[in-house]
Design a protein around this ligand. Structure first.
Ligand SMILES: [Zn+2]
Length: 481
């Protein structure tokens, strides 16, 4: 154990005061990592880290209060390169769990698995002592102690330097965060606490799973921070919404809030002005994962409304049977401002289209849509007309779908562009070189077809009859007109 130590075994430590916004290690305070776990740092004047090295090969964290844990996460940083340790828990009956090997990424540079960042490091030995290194982005990482017996109380966690390490490796432990109780609802590398209320939703960020349907008579304003909610087969149902204004929304994700929703389960019954089911604005984000957004109504955006922030739709998510009241309203989603809609999969279908041009996914303002995986936006119909994705941004030149990764089989997006005839994608040749965009996109306007043009996907008037003869997909569609 050490109080002020060299994280990398050399001359650098974290800049240690409580001014985290200036790149400091926030000594003595509780932080929430970007996976939603809370860790409390000890003060810099106390023993505040456990350091395992080739010379100091073992270390133990002893709990002040032994308890049953379903999951224990530890906050770590590697110095002198990525560093490994063997870890096990010791129970109050002095038996032990099996050891498993965990890795701490090196603290220098900005690894994608970083869970707590924006820290700077400081020289503590060699002159100029106290000088800050602001360019390193030295961060912290989480790792998980697996295989804990939930019939036994844990009293300590023991770490042993891994002999496969380079001798300069340093394994630093800064904190431990556990889920108390034999609650094994764990997925996506997170444990979810039970939420048992039938008529309210959390007011503090954290990981929750519904234990019953929740019926709310006012909007759930998602708390700031990171909240993960597993619907666990249940639904969030808004009642008493009139649709007159945003007081009828089911869920609002506002500035500083980041929400992930895991299905199966659905969000229904919302009826507001900007959005019905879920309203997203400000510096915020929502990720929908295998859940359903259905039975919601908005003036703009029946299922979802996006103004700034991001909405990410994962594979298995369904947005259906929502409706909008405005003519260009977007029954499934209406996006404007500078919002980004990220479609990694998911299905928008059978959303109500009350009039021609309303469309299921309506992009206005400067909103973007980014696609990869296998999204489906199809069979959202006004009478028999497809009204699926409408690119209606303010700046015609920017009215494009951005390809962020390969599109896979099953992708089917009905599309219309404000310009009617234009390239409607960027990135096609990067991820989809040699593929025919007409196998993934179809023009909602029957007068046009989708095809390749200068390595991008294009909507335009059909080719001549002779050209058309070899284009079976297009020919097939013409037969039905
Ligand atoms: Zn779950």
């Amino acid at each position: 154990m050490l109080s002020v130590g060299c994280v990398d075994g050399g001359d650098h430590s974290y800049f240690s005061s409580s001014v985290q916004s200036q790149g400091a290690f926030p000594s003595g305070s509780t932080i929430t990592t970007n996976t939603g776990k809370k860790f409390t740092f000890r003060k810099s004047t106390e023993t505040n880290a456990l350091q395992i090295t080739s010379r100091n090969q073992n270390g133990t964290l002893t709990l002040e209060t032994p308890n049953i844990f379903s999951k224990i996460a530890i906050l770590v940083t590697g110095g002198g390169g990525a560093s490994k340790a063997k870890v096990k828990v010791i129970y109050t009956d002095n038996t032990e769990s099996a050891q498993n090997t965990v890795t701490a990424c090196d603290w220098y540079s900005h690894h994608s698995s970083e869970v707590y960042g924006s820290l700077y490091r400081m020289r503590i030995g060699v002159a100029p002592r106290g000088s800050l290194d602001r360019g390193s982005y030295s961060g912290m990482y989480e790792t998980v102690v697996s295989g804990i017996d939930t019939n036994k109380k844990v009293k300590a966690v023991q770490f042993t330097w891994d002999t496969s390490n380079n001798s300069s490796c340093v394994f630093n432990v800064f904190g431990l965060s556990g889920v108390i109780g034999a609650d094994d609802h764990i997925h996506d590398d997170m444990a979810f606490k039970k939420w048992t209320a039938t008529d309210s939703l959390p007011t503090e960020s954290g990981n929750y799973r519904l234990e019953t349907d929740v019926t709310i008579s006012s909007t759930w304003n998602v708390p700031s921070g990171t909240t993960n909610i597993c619907l666990n087969g249940f639904q969030i149902k808004r009642t008493g919404a009139t649709g007159a204004d945003n007081s009828g929304l089911a869920i609002t994700v506002g500035d500083g809030a980041n929400l992930s929703v895991f299905g199966p389960g659905k969000v229904t019954g919302g009826s507001g002005f900007h959005g019905g089911g879920i309203h997203v604005e400000g510096n915020s984000s929502i990720v929908l994962n295998k859940c359903e957004i259905s039975g919601n109504t908005g003036h703009y955006g029946g299922g979802l409304y996006l103004k700034n922030g991001t909405i990410t739709i994962k594979d298995g998510t369904v947005i259906k049977n929502n409706s909008a009241t405005e003519g260009f309203g977007g029954s499934g989603i209406y996006a404007e401002g500078s919002g980004t809609l990220i479609l990694e999969g998911g299905t928008f279908t059978e959303n109500e289209i009350k009039n021609r041009g309303q469309y299921a996914v309506f992009l206005a303002g400067n909103a973007n849509v980014k696609v990869s995986g296998n999204p489906i936006i199809y069979d959202n119909k006004y009478e028999n007309e497809q009204n699926n994705l409408y690119l209606f941004r303010t700046n015609d030149q920017d009215s494009i779908v951005i390809v962020e990764g390969a599109l896979t089989d099953g992708t089917n997006i009905g599309i219309r562009q404000r310009n009617e005839t234009a390239i409607f994608k960027s990135g096609w040749n990067t991820y989809m070189s040699g593929k025919n965009p007409a196998d993934y996109f179809i023009s909602d306007n029957n007068a046009y077809e989708v095809r390749i043009s200068t390595n991008e996907a294009y909507i335009g008037p059909p080719h001549t009859y002779m050209e058309l003869f070899s284009k079976r997909r297009y020919y097939h569609r013409k037969m039905h007109r």
